[in-house]
Write a protein that binds this ligand. Structure first.
Ligand code: FMN
Length: 150
């Protein structure tokens, strides 16, 4: 697996930054090649050609997925370069999971209708540094990826 963690957060060194580092380390333990990249609304996403799995996520601020990721999906060539990629989604937020599933995840998924979603996870505040939860998410991504390869 060649995976890129594509993320956004307004907080440098915040909970999302720490979470993606943990996800990356866990994924690397499975033998995957992993890189991370911060989203920019008007970025050029042609570098996604080097990866077959995209792990994508961001925090929720004021009911919306963080703006650089959402903006990139709407305005940039990101969606074009996501064609054919397997995707795993994560969100960090303070809302209950049921609300996040209803209001927040669709903001990403409505832009990914042609993609295979390997796994999706809403990380509640207390789960952000819970290694067991992070390992479970990575295991789910890895197993779904292997199933897709078969
Ligand atoms: C300004 C601000 C607005 C937020 N708005 C929401 C929200 O509307 N819904 C929600 O579930 N969580 C909300 N949160 C919680 C964040 O999504 C959560 O704390 C996340 O882990 C922050 O990630 P970060 O540390 O990378 O910035 C908000 C947090 C901040 C600081």
């Amino acid at each position: 697996m060649r995976a890129i963690i594509l993320f956004d957060s307004k907080t440098a060194g915040g909970s999302t930054d720490r979470l993606i580092d943990s996800i990356g380390q866990e994924l690397a333990k499975t033998g995957a090649y992993v890189e991370k990249a911060r989203c920019k609304t008007n970025g050029d996403y042609s570098f996604l050609n080097d990866f077959n799995v995209v792990i994508m996520g961001a925090p929720i601020y004021y009911l919306l997925v963080s703006s650089q990721l959402l903006g990139a999906l709407i305005q940039s060539n990101l969606k074009h370069y996501l064609t054919g990629k397997k995707i795993a989604l994560f969100l960090t937020c303070g809302s209950p999971e049921v609300m996040a599933n209803l209001l927040y995840l669709p903001q990403l998924k409505m832009n990914l209708t042609g993609n295979t979603i390997l796994a999706e996870k809403i990380f509640a505040p207390q789960q952000l540094s819970d290694q067991t939860v992070i390992e479970k998410f990575v295991k789910e991504v890895n197993e779904a990826y292997k199933t897709e390869q078969d």
